[in-house]
Design a protein around this ligand. Structure first.
Ligand SMILES: NC(=O)c1ccc[n+]([C@@H]2O[C@H](COP(=O)([O-])OP(=O)(O)OC[C@H]3O[C@@H](n4cnc5c(N)ncnc54)[C@H](OP(=O)(O)O)[C@@H]3O)[C@@H](O)[C@H]2O)c1
Length: 325
């Protein structure tokens, strides 16, 4: 799999990131890791290595930490593997009852960033992360406080580069104003069925805009400052390749077009959905969410597909359910 130098870094990362949210047995806090979870993680990592992917995305909340824990076990089994990989994780979301009698919340406090990162390193069995992202904006944040945590983690060699997730232009600008080094990534929900990032650019000054709140200037900020846009849920969690009963007309039409284009390009529907993101000149990097090696291979075919401008717009038009303008 082709690799690219991640802007503002010396890292060479694969053009597709492997998301680890599906590892570790799901969202139940009480689940205990088993050999089956280990096998799933091992198969996933091996399939990724076969494809030449070296970039893995975690978050401290995935499977209540078990996604990182099981990944750490696979790293331990394979000495030398850690050094071949780019490990990215996220902090800033806290589960209910951590500690007891607390609500579900966001927490960008210095203390939480530092403690959560320590816990990530311990679970993964590594002494550093290549990239740490702030998971979801915390209304109570103080960017100066975040900057202190970032500076400390960097000075200690525990994190090399920092980025954000689900932040708009203004939030990025605010944080960046306190940081000496550039943010390297913003992980956002970007896909055919979640195309606000494209919609915002064509809705301005229209009679009937489908104007997505909050997107204003976000894509342009990322492009101007070379903040890589990483796309989460890039294949819409399988909606377009699943059972379409009860889905709205635009989803059915998009699924039909995806299927047709997959046949025309001799590729998979997943590849067409991802190629739609890859066509965007911002250099979007999809974060794949499947834990199934077979689906991973179906997704990886995207790197062999180049959609024409006309195909890109046909897909966009089908997904938004309206012509332009
Ligand atoms: N920053 C954030 O706020 C945020 C939020 C969500 C996710 N993420 C990251 O982004 C990654 C990708 O997110 P995602 O998992 O939502 O992305 P996705 O790649 O769009 O969806 C993958 C999920 O959909 C399922 N799926 C795919 N095709 C399917 C089909 N044809 N039929 C049934 N199920 C199908 C997969 O199940 P199988 O495993 O069975 O294939 C998997 O659970 C995550 O792993 C995580 O690293 C970040």
């Amino acid at each position: 799999m082709e690799k690219i130098t991640i802007p503002h870094t010396t890292l060479s990362g694969s053009k597709l990131i492997l998301g680890c949210m599906g590892l570790g047995g799901g969202w139940d806090a009480g689940t205990v890791l088993t050999k089956a979870h280990e096998k799933e993680a091992r198969d996933f990592v091996e399939a990724g290595l076969e494809l030449g992917a070296n970039f893995y995305d975690h978050a401290n909340i995935y499977a209540h930490g078990r996604a990182e824990e099981v990944f750490g076990r696979i790293l331990k089994e394979r000495p030398g593997l850690r050094d071949q990989l780019i490990l990215q994780s996220k902090v800033g979301i806290r589960w209910k009852d951590t500690p007891k009698d607390t609500p579900q919340r966001f927490d960008f406090s210095r203390q939480n960033i530092l403690e959560a990162t320590e816990a990530i390193l311990k679970r993964l069995g590594t002494d550093h992360l290549e990239i740490l992202l702030l998971h979801r904006p915390d209304p109570l944040w103080d960017a100066q406080e975040v900057a202190e945590a970032v500076a400390l983690l960097k000075a200690q060699g525990k994190v090399r580069y920092f980025g954000v997730s689900n932040q708009n232009r203004f939030q990025m600008e605010y944080l960046q104003s306190m940081l000496p080094d550039p943010l390297v990534a913003n992980q956002l929900q970007l896909s055919l069925l979640h195309s606000g990032f494209a919609e915002v650019g064509i809705s301005f000054n229209q009679h009937a805009p489908q104007y997505p709140d909050g997107w204003e200037g976000t894509v342009e900020y990322c492009r101007m400052h070379q903040v890589t846009m990483q796309a989460w849920s890039p294949i819409d969690r399988g909606v377009l390749t699943g059972d379409l009963t009860g889905q709205p007309e635009n989803v059915k039409a998009t699924a039909a077009l995806v299927k047709k284009l997959a046949q025309q390009h001799s590729t998979t529907p997943e590849a067409i959905q991802l190629a739609w993101l890859l066509k965007h000149p911002a250099g979007i990097v999809p974060v794949l969410g499947t834990s199934k090696p077979e689906r991973l291979r179906a997704c990886a075919k995207a790197l062999d597909v180049t959609l024409s401008r006309e195909e890109w717009y046909s897909l966009f038009g089908a997904a938004r359910g309206a012509t332009m303008p």
